[in-house]
Design a protein around this ligand. Structure first.
Ligand code: PGA
Length: 253
């Protein structure tokens, strides 16, 4: 059975002291992770080492960077490489979040290169896709998301895509308090799985964890995660509140 994942995306929030307090509070709040379930903490670069140390020894708990650069090393002032992340024991890297696509002009082609470099250094991408409101209103969201996936991921082998992690995040639902309905989430997740099934076959498609992101909260996580093709969530705002994120972890199926 594919992995069920509750992934926190702290974005550019919290001081080190606040981050420490949040992790301490979360560890003190009852939450259970079954064999097939994972909690992932997508934290700002400066806190990766300290959060990793705090979570050391906890079963099925991992840290994620929120980005990495697509070049190996060199004169790229201010950037962070996949090799650096590997060297500090980072497990996952969130790639292609809509905020990075929008504010930092990350293209599907650049994301293909980032996916490659993550594989090269043994990092697992959490690959984000999702449509803006205008595309949803025009009714062309399926082909929009399909193009994102094809242009960034279809060069990968079936082996690389086995157990891969995708996050579907409709941009109109991020940070807006507006969640996709359970039906809208399920419909798109099934579509995404179908896109991979067509290209790579059912076995690969069925192994891919597809997380939903966009205003996942403690009070709606159970319903959304209950959809057959929703394998957990990528959670922004609610991951900054320990009790809420613990509830979200406990909502995994
Ligand atoms: P949100 O963010 O939960 O605050 O809507 C989700 C995300 O952008 O990953």
């Amino acid at each position: 059975m594919r992995k069920q994942i509750a992934a926190a995306n702290w974005k550019m929030n919290l001081t080190l002291q606040q981050a420490d307090a949040l992790v301490n509070e979360l560890l003190a709040t009852p939450h259970n992770l079954g064999e097939n379930q994972q909690a992932v903490f997508g934290v700002p670069f400066p806190y990766l080492i300290s959060v990793k140390n705090k979570l050391d020894g906890k079963k099925n708990v991992f840290v994620a960077a929120q980005n990495c650069y697509d070049k190996k090393s060199g004169a790229y002032t201010g950037e962070v490489s996949a090799e650096m992340l590997q060297s500090i024991g980072v497990d996952y890297v969130i790639l292609g979040h809509s905020e990075r696509r929008e504010y930092f002009n990350e293209s599907n082609a650049m994301l293909a290169a980032k996916v490659n470099i993550c594989f090269e250094y043994g990092l697992k991408p959490i690959f984000c896709c999702g449509e803006p409101l205008a595309i949803r209103e025009a009714g062309t969201e399926n082909s929009f998301v399909e193009t994102q996936l094809k242009e960034s991921l279809f060069h990968l082998t079936a082996e690389q895509l086995t157990g891969f992690v995708i996050a579907y995040e409709p941009i109109w639902a991020i940070g807006t308090g507006k969640t996709a309905s359970n039906e809208q989430a399920q419909q798109m997740h099934a579509h995404i799985r179908g896109v991979f099934a067509k290209q790579y076959g059912d076995t690969v498609a069925d192994s891919i964890s597809i997380l939903y992101g966009g205003s996942v909260k403690a009070n709606n996580a159970k319903d959304i995660f209950g959809q057959p093709d929703v394998d957990g969530g990528l959670v922004g705002g609610a991951s900054l509140v320990a009790t809420d994120f613990a509830t979200i972890i406990n909502s995994l199926k």
